[in-house]
Design a protein around this ligand. Structure first.
Ligand code: ADP
Ligand code: MG
Ligand code: MG
Length: 501
Protein backbone atom coordinates (compact mmCIF):
# COMPACT_ATOMS: atom_id res chain seq x y z
CA UNK A 1 0.00 0.00 0.00
CA UNK A 2 1.36 3.42 -0.91
CA UNK A 3 0.69 6.16 1.61
CA UNK A 4 -0.77 8.98 -0.46
CA UNK A 5 0.72 11.77 1.55
CA UNK A 6 2.64 14.05 -0.79
CA UNK A 7 0.25 16.76 0.38
CA UNK A 8 0.99 16.07 4.04
CA UNK A 9 0.77 18.10 6.21
CA UNK A 10 -2.19 20.25 5.10
CA UNK A 11 -1.21 23.64 3.67
CA UNK A 12 -1.89 26.47 6.12
CA UNK A 13 -1.00 30.15 6.24
CA UNK A 14 1.83 31.39 8.42
CA UNK A 15 -0.63 33.04 10.80
CA UNK A 16 -2.68 29.84 11.09
CA UNK A 17 0.55 27.97 11.90
CA UNK A 18 1.41 30.58 14.53
CA UNK A 19 -2.03 30.20 16.13
CA UNK A 20 -1.77 26.40 16.09
CA UNK A 21 1.71 26.49 17.59
CA UNK A 22 0.41 28.62 20.44
CA UNK A 23 -2.58 26.32 20.98
CA UNK A 24 -0.35 23.23 20.85
CA UNK A 25 2.35 24.43 23.21
CA UNK A 26 -0.04 25.94 25.75
CA UNK A 27 -2.09 22.72 25.70
CA UNK A 28 1.11 20.78 26.33
CA UNK A 29 2.10 23.07 29.20
CA UNK A 30 -1.39 22.87 30.71
CA UNK A 31 -1.68 19.07 30.39
CA UNK A 32 1.60 17.75 31.70
CA UNK A 33 3.13 17.10 28.29
CA UNK A 34 6.34 18.27 29.86
CA UNK A 35 10.03 17.92 30.40
CA UNK A 36 12.32 19.43 32.99
CA UNK A 37 14.49 22.09 31.31
CA UNK A 38 18.09 21.26 30.38
CA UNK A 39 20.45 21.71 33.29
CA UNK A 40 17.99 20.33 35.87
CA UNK A 41 20.81 18.34 37.34
CA UNK A 42 19.84 16.65 40.55
CA UNK A 43 16.69 15.05 41.80
CA UNK A 44 17.39 16.63 45.19
CA UNK A 45 16.65 20.17 43.93
CA UNK A 46 13.00 21.15 43.74
CA UNK A 47 12.09 22.22 40.19
CA UNK A 48 10.33 25.54 39.66
CA UNK A 49 9.83 25.37 35.91
CA UNK A 50 9.22 22.98 33.06
CA UNK A 51 9.22 23.11 29.26
CA UNK A 52 6.79 21.44 26.88
CA UNK A 53 7.99 18.17 25.37
CA UNK A 54 9.02 18.32 21.71
CA UNK A 55 5.92 17.67 19.58
CA UNK A 56 4.59 17.61 16.04
CA UNK A 57 1.85 19.97 14.97
CA UNK A 58 -0.02 17.29 13.04
CA UNK A 59 -0.46 13.55 13.52
CA UNK A 60 1.49 11.46 10.98
CA UNK A 61 -0.21 9.21 8.40
CA UNK A 62 0.12 5.48 9.11
CA UNK A 63 -1.68 2.75 7.10
CA UNK A 64 -4.59 1.46 9.17
CA UNK A 65 -4.06 -2.17 8.21
CA UNK A 66 -0.42 -2.14 9.37
CA UNK A 67 -1.21 -0.38 12.64
CA UNK A 68 -3.98 -2.82 13.50
CA UNK A 69 -1.79 -5.78 12.61
CA UNK A 70 1.03 -4.51 14.83
CA UNK A 71 -1.45 -4.16 17.71
CA UNK A 72 -2.67 -7.70 17.13
CA UNK A 73 0.76 -9.36 17.12
CA UNK A 74 1.76 -7.65 20.37
CA UNK A 75 0.15 -10.49 22.28
CA UNK A 76 2.43 -12.98 20.50
CA UNK A 77 5.43 -10.82 21.37
CA UNK A 78 4.36 -10.60 25.02
CA UNK A 79 4.31 -14.40 25.15
CA UNK A 80 7.53 -14.78 23.18
CA UNK A 81 9.63 -12.54 25.41
CA UNK A 82 8.12 -14.08 28.55
CA UNK A 83 9.20 -17.48 27.29
CA UNK A 84 12.70 -16.22 26.46
CA UNK A 85 13.04 -14.74 29.95
CA UNK A 86 12.01 -18.08 31.49
CA UNK A 87 14.58 -20.08 29.52
CA UNK A 88 17.69 -19.89 31.70
CA UNK A 89 19.72 -22.21 29.48
CA UNK A 90 19.01 -20.08 26.40
CA UNK A 91 19.96 -16.85 28.18
CA UNK A 92 23.13 -18.43 29.60
CA UNK A 93 24.15 -19.49 26.12
CA UNK A 94 23.33 -16.22 24.36
CA UNK A 95 23.97 -13.54 27.00
CA UNK A 96 25.95 -15.34 29.74
CA UNK A 97 29.48 -14.57 30.90
CA UNK A 98 30.71 -18.16 30.42
CA UNK A 99 29.32 -19.04 26.98
CA UNK A 100 27.70 -15.88 25.58
CA UNK A 101 27.92 -12.14 24.97
CA UNK A 102 28.64 -11.56 28.67
CA UNK A 103 32.21 -12.75 28.05
CA UNK A 104 32.98 -9.75 25.86
CA UNK A 105 30.46 -7.17 27.07
CA UNK A 106 31.31 -6.25 30.64
CA UNK A 107 27.90 -4.74 31.44
CA UNK A 108 25.91 -7.72 30.18
CA UNK A 109 28.37 -10.08 31.88
CA UNK A 110 28.01 -8.35 35.25
CA UNK A 111 24.23 -8.38 35.18
CA UNK A 112 24.22 -12.05 34.21
CA UNK A 113 26.80 -13.02 36.86
CA UNK A 114 24.93 -11.10 39.56
CA UNK A 115 21.70 -12.86 38.68
CA UNK A 116 23.45 -16.25 38.91
CA UNK A 117 25.18 -15.44 42.19
CA UNK A 118 22.05 -14.05 43.86
CA UNK A 119 19.25 -16.29 42.59
CA UNK A 120 15.70 -15.00 42.38
CA UNK A 121 13.15 -16.13 44.98
CA UNK A 122 10.18 -14.49 43.25
CA UNK A 123 8.85 -16.70 40.47
CA UNK A 124 6.77 -13.94 38.83
CA UNK A 125 8.23 -11.37 36.41
CA UNK A 126 6.53 -8.24 35.09
CA UNK A 127 7.29 -6.86 31.64
CA UNK A 128 6.17 -3.45 30.38
CA UNK A 129 7.26 -3.85 26.77
CA UNK A 130 7.46 -1.72 23.68
CA UNK A 131 7.93 -3.18 20.21
CA UNK A 132 9.24 -0.49 17.81
CA UNK A 133 8.62 -0.37 14.06
CA UNK A 134 9.45 1.76 11.05
CA UNK A 135 7.52 1.76 7.78
CA UNK A 136 9.58 0.00 5.13
CA UNK A 137 9.00 0.59 1.43
CA UNK A 138 10.10 -2.21 -0.87
CA UNK A 139 11.06 -1.86 -4.55
CA UNK A 140 7.44 -2.14 -5.67
CA UNK A 141 6.50 0.79 -3.45
CA UNK A 142 4.56 -1.38 -1.00
CA UNK A 143 4.84 -0.45 2.70
CA UNK A 144 5.10 -2.85 5.62
CA UNK A 145 6.11 -2.44 9.25
CA UNK A 146 9.61 -3.70 10.08
CA UNK A 147 10.69 -4.13 13.67
CA UNK A 148 13.52 -1.90 14.94
CA UNK A 149 13.85 -3.50 18.37
CA UNK A 150 11.90 -4.92 21.30
CA UNK A 151 12.34 -3.11 24.64
CA UNK A 152 11.97 -4.98 27.91
CA UNK A 153 13.25 -2.26 30.28
CA UNK A 154 12.30 1.39 30.84
CA UNK A 155 9.95 1.55 27.85
CA UNK A 156 9.15 5.23 28.17
CA UNK A 157 6.85 7.93 26.74
CA UNK A 158 3.60 6.00 27.18
CA UNK A 159 1.81 8.68 29.22
CA UNK A 160 3.25 11.60 27.22
CA UNK A 161 2.07 9.85 24.06
CA UNK A 162 -1.46 9.66 25.46
CA UNK A 163 -1.28 13.43 25.99
CA UNK A 164 0.12 14.08 22.51
CA UNK A 165 -2.77 12.23 20.86
CA UNK A 166 -5.22 14.27 22.97
CA UNK A 167 -3.42 17.47 21.98
CA UNK A 168 -3.88 16.72 18.26
CA UNK A 169 -7.58 15.99 18.85
CA UNK A 170 -7.86 19.29 20.69
CA UNK A 171 -6.32 21.19 17.73
CA UNK A 172 -8.91 19.59 15.46
CA UNK A 173 -11.80 20.39 17.79
CA UNK A 174 -10.80 23.97 18.54
CA UNK A 175 -10.18 25.36 15.05
CA UNK A 176 -11.95 25.18 11.70
CA UNK A 177 -8.86 25.16 9.51
CA UNK A 178 -6.87 22.33 11.20
CA UNK A 179 -9.19 19.72 9.70
CA UNK A 180 -9.23 21.22 6.19
CA UNK A 181 -7.99 17.86 4.86
CA UNK A 182 -10.92 15.43 5.25
CA UNK A 183 -8.60 12.66 6.46
CA UNK A 184 -8.12 14.72 9.63
CA UNK A 185 -11.17 13.33 11.31
CA UNK A 186 -11.50 11.84 14.78
CA UNK A 187 -12.54 8.50 13.29
CA UNK A 188 -9.03 8.27 11.84
CA UNK A 189 -7.32 9.31 15.07
CA UNK A 190 -6.93 6.23 17.29
CA UNK A 191 -7.48 6.81 21.00
CA UNK A 192 -4.28 6.44 23.01
CA UNK A 193 -4.83 4.70 26.35
CA UNK A 194 -1.21 3.84 27.08
CA UNK A 195 -1.24 5.45 30.52
CA UNK A 196 -4.02 3.21 31.80
CA UNK A 197 -2.65 0.22 29.88
CA UNK A 198 0.77 0.34 31.53
CA UNK A 199 -0.75 1.01 34.93
CA UNK A 200 -3.00 -2.03 34.49
CA UNK A 201 0.15 -4.14 34.19
CA UNK A 202 1.61 -2.66 37.36
CA UNK A 203 -1.69 -3.20 39.20
CA UNK A 204 -1.83 -6.89 38.19
CA UNK A 205 1.66 -7.27 39.60
CA UNK A 206 0.82 -5.43 42.82
CA UNK A 207 -2.25 -7.60 43.40
CA UNK A 208 -0.34 -10.80 42.60
CA UNK A 209 2.21 -9.92 45.26
CA UNK A 210 -0.59 -10.05 47.78
CA UNK A 211 -0.14 -7.17 50.21
CA UNK A 212 -2.51 -4.31 49.38
CA UNK A 213 -0.67 -1.86 51.62
CA UNK A 214 2.73 -2.52 50.05
CA UNK A 215 4.12 0.12 47.69
CA UNK A 216 5.50 0.09 44.18
CA UNK A 217 9.13 1.20 43.92
CA UNK A 218 10.17 3.31 40.91
CA UNK A 219 13.93 3.09 40.42
CA UNK A 220 14.89 6.31 38.64
CA UNK A 221 17.96 8.10 37.33
CA UNK A 222 19.40 11.06 39.15
CA UNK A 223 18.60 14.26 37.26
CA UNK A 224 15.93 12.58 35.09
CA UNK A 225 14.36 15.22 32.81
CA UNK A 226 11.55 12.94 31.66
CA UNK A 227 10.03 12.93 35.16
CA UNK A 228 6.48 13.86 34.13
CA UNK A 229 6.10 10.75 31.98
CA UNK A 230 6.83 8.81 35.18
CA UNK A 231 4.68 10.98 37.48
CA UNK A 232 1.61 10.31 35.31
CA UNK A 233 1.99 6.61 36.13
CA UNK A 234 2.27 7.44 39.84
CA UNK A 235 -0.84 9.65 39.79
CA UNK A 236 -2.90 7.01 37.99
CA UNK A 237 -1.75 4.31 40.44
CA UNK A 238 -2.73 6.48 43.40
CA UNK A 239 -5.94 8.05 42.11
CA UNK A 240 -7.49 5.05 40.34
CA UNK A 241 -6.04 2.18 42.38
CA UNK A 242 -4.99 3.67 45.74
CA UNK A 243 -1.48 2.30 45.30
CA UNK A 244 1.38 4.40 46.60
CA UNK A 245 4.75 4.75 44.94
CA UNK A 246 8.25 5.37 46.26
CA UNK A 247 10.76 6.96 43.85
CA UNK A 248 14.43 6.26 44.53
CA UNK A 249 17.73 6.24 42.70
CA UNK A 250 20.02 3.22 42.89
CA UNK A 251 22.44 5.39 44.90
CA UNK A 252 19.82 6.09 47.57
CA UNK A 253 18.61 2.49 47.54
CA UNK A 254 22.13 1.40 48.46
CA UNK A 255 21.27 2.68 51.93
CA UNK A 256 17.48 2.65 51.93
CA UNK A 257 16.71 -0.91 50.77
CA UNK A 258 16.84 -3.98 53.03
CA UNK A 259 15.66 -7.56 52.85
CA UNK A 260 13.54 -8.74 55.78
CA UNK A 261 11.95 -12.05 56.66
CA UNK A 262 11.31 -14.31 53.63
CA UNK A 263 13.29 -11.89 51.45
CA UNK A 264 10.57 -9.26 51.56
CA UNK A 265 11.96 -5.99 50.21
CA UNK A 266 11.63 -2.96 52.48
CA UNK A 267 12.61 0.58 51.56
CA UNK A 268 13.04 3.54 53.90
CA UNK A 269 11.51 6.80 52.74
CA UNK A 270 13.09 10.17 53.71
CA UNK A 271 10.19 11.34 55.77
CA UNK A 272 8.99 8.18 57.54
CA UNK A 273 10.58 6.24 60.39
CA UNK A 274 9.33 2.85 59.28
CA UNK A 275 10.35 1.26 55.98
CA UNK A 276 7.67 0.22 53.47
CA UNK A 277 7.22 -3.22 51.99
CA UNK A 278 7.59 -3.23 48.19
CA UNK A 279 5.34 -5.28 45.92
CA UNK A 280 6.90 -4.41 42.57
CA UNK A 281 10.16 -2.79 41.48
CA UNK A 282 9.68 -0.76 38.29
CA UNK A 283 12.97 0.25 36.65
CA UNK A 284 13.26 3.54 34.79
CA UNK A 285 17.00 3.24 35.37
CA UNK A 286 19.52 0.43 35.34
CA UNK A 287 19.58 -0.15 31.57
CA UNK A 288 22.93 1.56 30.97
CA UNK A 289 26.32 1.08 32.67
CA UNK A 290 26.20 4.82 33.53
CA UNK A 291 23.53 3.92 36.09
CA UNK A 292 26.09 1.76 37.93
CA UNK A 293 29.02 4.11 38.69
CA UNK A 294 30.27 1.90 41.55
CA UNK A 295 30.32 -1.74 42.47
CA UNK A 296 27.75 -1.11 45.16
CA UNK A 297 25.21 0.05 42.55
CA UNK A 298 25.42 -3.41 41.02
CA UNK A 299 25.10 -4.96 44.49
CA UNK A 300 21.96 -2.89 45.07
CA UNK A 301 20.43 -4.11 41.80
CA UNK A 302 21.21 -7.71 42.75
CA UNK A 303 19.69 -7.23 46.19
CA UNK A 304 16.46 -5.92 44.64
CA UNK A 305 16.48 -8.68 42.02
CA UNK A 306 16.85 -11.40 44.63
CA UNK A 307 14.05 -10.05 46.82
CA UNK A 308 10.46 -11.24 46.93
CA UNK A 309 9.26 -8.05 45.20
CA UNK A 310 8.22 -8.64 41.57
CA UNK A 311 10.81 -7.17 39.21
CA UNK A 312 9.82 -5.08 36.18
CA UNK A 313 12.01 -6.25 34.61
CA UNK A 314 13.92 -9.03 36.32
CA UNK A 315 17.54 -9.35 35.15
CA UNK A 316 16.66 -12.31 32.89
CA UNK A 317 13.86 -10.29 31.31
CA UNK A 318 16.22 -7.35 30.82
CA UNK A 319 18.73 -9.70 29.16
CA UNK A 320 15.96 -11.11 26.96
CA UNK A 321 15.60 -7.62 25.46
CA UNK A 322 19.19 -7.62 24.20
CA UNK A 323 19.76 -6.96 20.51
CA UNK A 324 21.70 -10.22 20.41
CA UNK A 325 18.56 -12.11 21.44
CA UNK A 326 16.64 -10.34 18.67
CA UNK A 327 19.23 -11.61 16.19
CA UNK A 328 19.32 -15.16 17.58
CA UNK A 329 15.50 -15.35 17.39
CA UNK A 330 15.77 -14.69 13.65
CA UNK A 331 17.96 -17.78 13.10
CA UNK A 332 16.26 -20.83 11.54
CA UNK A 333 14.08 -22.79 13.94
CA UNK A 334 14.57 -20.64 17.06
CA UNK A 335 11.27 -18.76 16.92
CA UNK A 336 9.48 -22.00 16.08
CA UNK A 337 10.95 -23.59 19.19
CA UNK A 338 9.76 -20.76 21.43
CA UNK A 339 6.25 -20.48 20.01
CA UNK A 340 5.33 -23.99 18.87
CA UNK A 341 6.99 -26.20 21.50
CA UNK A 342 4.12 -27.29 23.77
CA UNK A 343 6.42 -27.70 26.76
CA UNK A 344 6.95 -23.93 26.92
CA UNK A 345 3.50 -23.02 28.16
CA UNK A 346 -0.23 -23.61 27.86
CA UNK A 347 -0.77 -20.84 25.28
CA UNK A 348 -0.94 -22.20 21.75
CA UNK A 349 0.53 -20.59 18.63
CA UNK A 350 0.65 -21.73 15.01
CA UNK A 351 2.84 -21.37 11.93
CA UNK A 352 0.89 -18.32 10.85
CA UNK A 353 1.88 -16.57 14.09
CA UNK A 354 5.51 -17.51 13.47
CA UNK A 355 5.29 -16.19 9.91
CA UNK A 356 3.70 -12.92 10.98
CA UNK A 357 6.53 -12.12 13.36
CA UNK A 358 9.23 -13.24 10.96
CA UNK A 359 7.76 -11.14 8.15
CA UNK A 360 8.37 -8.00 10.24
CA UNK A 361 12.09 -8.65 10.75
CA UNK A 362 14.98 -7.27 8.74
CA UNK A 363 17.96 -9.52 7.99
CA UNK A 364 20.30 -9.66 10.97
CA UNK A 365 23.54 -11.46 11.76
CA UNK A 366 26.17 -11.47 14.43
CA UNK A 367 29.57 -9.98 13.58
CA UNK A 368 31.23 -13.20 14.80
CA UNK A 369 29.30 -15.29 12.27
CA UNK A 370 31.47 -18.04 10.65
CA UNK A 371 34.94 -16.70 11.35
CA UNK A 372 35.34 -13.52 9.28
CA UNK A 373 32.12 -13.83 7.31
CA UNK A 374 30.05 -11.64 9.64
CA UNK A 375 32.53 -8.77 9.43
CA UNK A 376 33.21 -9.24 5.71
CA UNK A 377 29.49 -9.13 4.91
CA UNK A 378 29.06 -6.05 7.08
CA UNK A 379 31.92 -4.35 5.26
CA UNK A 380 30.64 -5.11 1.79
CA UNK A 381 27.03 -4.16 2.61
CA UNK A 382 27.81 -1.21 4.91
CA UNK A 383 25.76 1.31 2.89
CA UNK A 384 22.63 -0.59 3.79
CA UNK A 385 23.40 -1.50 7.41
CA UNK A 386 23.35 -0.46 11.03
CA UNK A 387 25.58 -2.11 13.65
CA UNK A 388 24.22 -2.39 17.19
CA UNK A 389 25.88 -3.24 20.51
CA UNK A 390 24.03 -4.53 23.58
CA UNK A 391 22.94 -1.11 24.81
CA UNK A 392 19.70 0.81 25.31
CA UNK A 393 18.70 4.45 25.33
CA UNK A 394 19.90 5.67 21.95
CA UNK A 395 23.15 6.99 20.55
CA UNK A 396 25.04 3.66 20.53
CA UNK A 397 24.69 2.47 16.93
CA UNK A 398 27.07 2.72 13.96
CA UNK A 399 25.53 3.58 10.58
CA UNK A 400 26.46 3.18 6.92
CA UNK A 401 29.68 4.96 5.96
CA UNK A 402 30.95 4.96 9.57
CA UNK A 403 30.95 1.15 9.52
CA UNK A 404 34.21 0.30 7.66
CA UNK A 405 36.40 2.46 9.92
CA UNK A 406 34.61 1.13 12.96
CA UNK A 407 35.25 -2.44 11.83
CA UNK A 408 38.95 -1.64 11.28
CA UNK A 409 39.22 -0.88 15.00
CA UNK A 410 37.01 -3.71 16.30
CA UNK A 411 38.94 -6.48 18.07
CA UNK A 412 38.11 -10.01 17.00
CA UNK A 413 37.16 -10.85 20.57
CA UNK A 414 34.55 -8.04 20.61
CA UNK A 415 32.69 -9.10 17.47
CA UNK A 416 30.29 -11.28 19.40
CA UNK A 417 28.81 -8.26 21.20
CA UNK A 418 27.62 -6.63 17.95
CA UNK A 419 24.85 -7.41 15.51
CA UNK A 420 24.44 -6.16 11.95
CA UNK A 421 20.95 -5.26 10.80
CA UNK A 422 19.75 -4.22 7.35
CA UNK A 423 18.49 -0.66 7.23
CA UNK A 424 14.76 -0.15 7.09
CA UNK A 425 13.83 2.18 4.19
CA UNK A 426 10.95 4.46 5.25
CA UNK A 427 8.76 6.07 2.59
CA UNK A 428 9.92 9.54 1.48
CA UNK A 429 8.21 12.88 1.12
CA UNK A 430 6.07 12.80 4.22
CA UNK A 431 6.44 16.10 6.02
CA UNK A 432 5.40 17.46 9.39
CA UNK A 433 6.03 20.45 11.61
CA UNK A 434 8.28 19.72 14.58
CA UNK A 435 8.09 22.06 17.56
CA UNK A 436 10.83 22.20 20.17
CA UNK A 437 10.70 24.38 23.26
CA UNK A 438 12.66 27.59 23.50
CA UNK A 439 12.94 28.34 19.79
CA UNK A 440 10.03 30.79 19.31
CA UNK A 441 8.98 30.56 15.66
CA UNK A 442 12.44 29.19 14.83
CA UNK A 443 11.60 26.28 17.12
CA UNK A 444 9.05 25.24 14.48
CA UNK A 445 10.52 23.48 11.47
CA UNK A 446 8.84 21.71 8.58
CA UNK A 447 10.88 18.70 7.62
CA UNK A 448 10.87 15.43 5.71
CA UNK A 449 10.19 12.94 8.48
CA UNK A 450 10.70 9.37 9.59
CA UNK A 451 8.23 8.11 12.20
CA UNK A 452 8.87 5.20 14.55
CA UNK A 453 5.72 3.54 15.92
CA UNK A 454 5.95 1.68 19.23
CA UNK A 455 3.31 -0.76 20.44
CA UNK A 456 3.23 -1.25 24.21
CA UNK A 457 2.31 -4.45 25.99
CA UNK A 458 2.47 -5.88 29.48
CA UNK A 459 3.03 -9.44 30.68
CA UNK A 460 2.96 -10.91 34.17
CA UNK A 461 4.38 -14.41 34.00
CA UNK A 462 6.23 -17.23 35.72
CA UNK A 463 7.12 -20.87 35.11
CA UNK A 464 4.21 -23.33 34.91
CA UNK A 465 1.41 -20.79 35.19
CA UNK A 466 -0.73 -18.99 32.65
CA UNK A 467 0.55 -15.62 31.52
CA UNK A 468 -1.47 -12.44 32.11
CA UNK A 469 -0.78 -10.18 29.13
CA UNK A 470 -2.34 -7.47 27.01
CA UNK A 471 -1.52 -5.02 24.26
CA UNK A 472 -1.26 -1.70 26.14
CA UNK A 473 -1.17 1.28 23.81
CA UNK A 474 1.13 3.01 21.35
CA UNK A 475 3.53 5.82 20.66
CA UNK A 476 4.94 7.66 17.67
CA UNK A 477 8.33 9.35 17.68
CA UNK A 478 9.13 11.44 14.63
CA UNK A 479 12.54 12.66 13.51
CA UNK A 480 13.95 14.53 10.55
CA UNK A 481 15.04 12.15 7.79
CA UNK A 482 18.64 13.41 7.99
CA UNK A 483 19.14 11.86 11.46
CA UNK A 484 20.03 8.15 11.60
CA UNK A 485 19.09 7.80 15.25
CA UNK A 486 15.73 8.13 16.97
CA UNK A 487 15.12 8.86 20.64
CA UNK A 488 13.16 11.72 22.21
CA UNK A 489 15.26 11.87 25.37
CA UNK A 490 18.49 12.19 23.39
CA UNK A 491 17.00 15.08 21.39
CA UNK A 492 16.60 13.50 17.94
CA UNK A 493 12.87 12.84 17.92
CA UNK A 494 9.65 14.56 18.89
CA UNK A 495 6.38 13.07 20.13
CA UNK A 496 3.71 12.51 17.53
CA UNK A 497 0.41 10.68 17.06
CA UNK A 498 -1.34 8.76 14.28
CA UNK A 499 -3.73 9.60 11.50
CA UNK A 500 -4.90 6.31 10.00
CA UNK A 501 -4.98 6.26 6.20
P1 ADP B 1 18.03 1.82 21.30
O1 ADP B 1 17.79 0.63 22.17
O2 ADP B 1 19.26 2.56 21.67
O3 ADP B 1 16.82 2.69 21.17
P2 ADP B 1 17.49 1.04 18.52
O4 ADP B 1 17.70 -0.33 18.00
O5 ADP B 1 16.09 1.45 18.74
O6 ADP B 1 18.37 1.20 19.84
O7 ADP B 1 18.17 2.06 17.52
C1 ADP B 1 18.10 3.46 17.73
C2 ADP B 1 17.53 4.16 16.51
O8 ADP B 1 18.28 3.83 15.34
C3 ADP B 1 16.10 3.78 16.17
O9 ADP B 1 15.19 4.55 16.92
C4 ADP B 1 16.03 4.07 14.67
O10 ADP B 1 15.80 5.45 14.44
C5 ADP B 1 17.43 3.74 14.20
N1 ADP B 1 17.47 2.36 13.69
C6 ADP B 1 17.73 1.24 14.39
N2 ADP B 1 17.68 0.14 13.61
C7 ADP B 1 17.38 0.58 12.36
C8 ADP B 1 17.20 -0.07 11.10
N3 ADP B 1 17.32 -1.38 10.95
N4 ADP B 1 16.90 0.71 10.02
C9 ADP B 1 16.78 2.05 10.14
N5 ADP B 1 16.96 2.73 11.31
C10 ADP B 1 17.25 2.00 12.41
MG1 MG C 1 15.03 2.20 20.32
MG1 MG D 1 15.96 0.05 23.12
Amino acid sequence: MVVATSKWPPQLTESQLDSLSLLATTYALAHGLLYLPPGSQSSSTIPTSAIHAPITLFPTPIPRRLFEQAQKVQSIYNNLYARVALDDAFLDKVMGAVEGVGRVDDFVGRLWAGWKKHPMVQSLHLGLFRSDYLLHEDQSGASTFKQVEFNTISSSFGPLSSQTAKMHRYLLASTGYYGSDPVLNTSNMPVNNTLSGLVEGLVFSHRAYGNESARILFVVQDGERNIFDQRWLEYELLEKHSIRVLRKTLTILGKAATLERDNALYVYSDSDEQPFEISTVYYRAGYTPDDYPTESHYETRFLLNSSRAIQCPSIPLQLAGGKKVQEVLSRPGVLEDFLLNELRGPERFNFQDVEQLRASWMDMWSLDLNGDQGVDDARSQHQNLVLKPQREGGGNNIYKESIPTFLDGLKESEREAWIAMKLIQPPQNIYNWLIRAGGGTTGRVKTDIVSEVGIFGYALFGKDRPIVEEEAGWLVRTKGRESDEGGVAVGFSVLDSIILV
